[in-house]
Design a protein around this ligand. Structure first.
Ligand code: FBP
Length: 549
């Protein structure tokens, strides 16, 4: 049984860049270099380093190409539009050669290794067009890193006559794609690997990739919810809402939601780090706004908090780096039974500076920081309840000020966390078109015999017709970083650029938003049918970056 919207949405025909509606041919641009650590990256990727950026341009006829089966993997956290990447890939492959077959590996990268797959035929793909979620084949966070895994992948590709694997993922998954591409090329296995830029976090972007898919829809969903809360706050006038927003590391989601809703306060982790702010300084900043508003009788407001904040507070960052090494090097930690044993184990091994930071954190937060890392060595920040930590610290400070007679207001607070609510939403028109185009472009890269490339669709602030399609070598995005205690090649995450236009716009306006006037914006839900300015606008971040706002 389908909802009325699902039925209406199924017939939407995603728009493609003009060049992909015709007969695209490859044009090679300048050769590329890694963003840093060039020597080390070149040594690790001798077969896929330094390849040129590719653009597709119009040709008179479509080349007659032999059959090529493809396997697709959804990797990491869900992001709206994943199904459309698969639909675009499917349609592109069928246009190239109707006998091409698309296989979907089940449950993420582990499907490749465990040989769990389904054939994605027209009936299945049609069921999922323009829908949110990754449920068509499921996703997972298995890290592809061992020779054994790569060889098992080759085995199944040979069995199914698969010529290329398309990995739809974030920075970690595309790093894996790059490593796999290099391995297969070095071994001459004739299996290509192509990546697609996915993540609601918006941190997989660079000079070439303008945005990752899913960011647009997720931010619009969260902004709708924040707007609704602001209207409630402004109606009831009795709660301060502390809203933590997903985004493992970078604060792009928080910044975009702030631009869309104009909350009283939005914390940007990158600014906290740049100003070397301590936790108590962050609390002081929040308290200042609450006191000013409270003393004027306005005992309500909104505070946006990026989920990665804790990792950007300088002394906590040092502590986390030490904990990462400590947990990677001391496997006996995992067999300790009680929280107290674990806490003491950590305290005995930390440097004196980090020990002080660790002891200064509320017990629950300290425990959450010592939990298992994910398979890529990341702290699982979505499990850390920073909004509760801030509420607790703010309430304590306000009580002190009240006692001193410096605060006349009343502080009642509510904590929220928005993350999972937005990751599988029905994709906005932007993500519907963008994802379909990314998948279609990936099919073109496969047919051109490319490997180690990420599907590229640019010029996104312009109408879809003038989007540019092509491919960018993944090695270009790599640098060396310490992960699970060792230096490894990884795609460099894009953090919020404090000198970029989106942050500057926010910084220039935030004082107006945190004062006594009401400047809230209520964006309302994503619309799929209606005027262009309601349905087809990209994110404010993208518009500001492209100087059209
Ligand atoms: P990706 O980087 O894989 O796209 O995932 C991002 C994310 O949604 C983060 O925002 C969040 O911290 C994390 O996934 C949550 O992970 P999980 O789904 O494993 O709980």
């Amino acid at each position: 049984m389908k909802s009325a919207l699902q039925i209406a949405r199924a017939s939407y025909k995603p728009r493609l860049p003009k060049v992909l509606n015709g007969n695209p041919k490859i044009v090679e641009g300048q050769i590329t270099e890694a963003v840093s650590d060039r020597k080390a990256i070149k040594e690790l990727f001798p077969n896929t380093y330094g390849m040129p950026v590719i653009t597709f341009e119009q040709a008179d006829t479509m080349a007659n190409l032999p059959q090529a089966n493809v396997g697709v993997i959804l990797s990491g956290g869900q992001a709206p539009g994943g199904h459309n990447v698969i639909a675009g890939l499917f349609d592109g492959l069928k246009k190239i050669n109707p006998n091409n077959t698309l296989y979907g590996f089940l449950g993420g990268p582990s499907g490749l290794v465990d040989h769990k797959y389904i054939e994605l035929d027209a009936n299945i793909v049609d069921e999922y067009r323009n829908t949110g979620g990754f449920d068509i084949i499921g996703s997972g966070r298995t890290k592809l890193e061992t020779t054994e895994q790569f060889e098992l992948g080759k085995e199944i590709c040979n069995k199914l006559n698969i010529k290329a694997i398309v990995i739809i993922g974030g920075d970690d998954s595309n790093t894996n794609a790059c490593i796999l591409a290099e391995y297969y090329k070095a071994k001459d296995y004739n299996i290509q690997v192509i990546g697609c830029p996915k993540t609601i976090d918006g941190d997989l972007k660079n000079d070439m990739i303008e945005t990752s898919f899913g960011f647009d829809t997720a931010c619009k969903v969260y902004s709708e919810l924040i707007g609704n809360i602001q209207r409630d706050a402004n109606s009831a006038k009795k709660y301060w809402h502390f809203i933590r927003l997903m985004g493992r590391s970078a604060s792009h989601i928080t910044l975009e939601c702030a631009l869309q809703t104009q909350p009283n306060i939005a914390i940007i982790s990158e600014e906290v780090e740049a100003k070397r702010m301590s936790l108590s300084e962050i609390v002081d900043d929040i308290v200042k706004v609450i006191v000013e508003r409270g003393n004027a009788g306005l005992n309500f407001g909104t505070v946006l908090i990026p989920e990665g904040l804790i990792e950007f507070i300088p002394n906590v960052k040092v502590l986390i780096a030490e904990l990462n090494d400590l947990l990677a090097e001391n496997k006996e930690f995992n067999v300790l039974k009680s929280d107290e044993q674990k806490r003491n184990f950590i305290i005995e091994r930390l440097s004196s500076e980090s020990k002080a930071t660790f002891l200064g954190l509320p017990l629950a937060i300290a425990r959450q920081l010592s939990l298992d890392r994910d398979s890529h060595g990341n702290v699982q920040v979505s499990l850390i309840e920073t909004e509760k930590l801030l509420i607790e610290m703010v309430a304590t400070r306000l009580a002190e000020l009240k006692k001193e007679g410096n605060y006349k207001g009343k502080f009642s607070s509510l904590g929220h966390f928005f993350g999972y609510e937005g990751r599988c939403a029905a994709p906005s028109n932007f993500d519907t078109d963008y994802c379909y185009s990314l998948g279609y472009t990936a099919a073109m890269l496969v047919s051109a015999g490319k490997t180690g490339y990420m599907s590229l669709v640019r010029n996104l602030a312009e109408p879809v017709d003038s989007w540019i399609a092509g491919g960018v070598p993944i090695t270009m995005m790599l640098n060396m970083e310490k992960k699970s205690g060792k230096f490894k090649p990884v795609i460099r995450k894009a953090l919020v650029d404090l000198s970029g236009r989106p942050f500057k716009y926010f910084a220039d306006n935030r004082q107006k938003w945190n004062g006594l006037e009401c400047n809230y914006i209520y964006p309302g839900p994503i619309q799929y049918f209606g005027p262009k300015e309601v349905c087809d606008m990209p994110t404010k971040t993208l518009m500001l970056e492209h100087n059209i706002l």
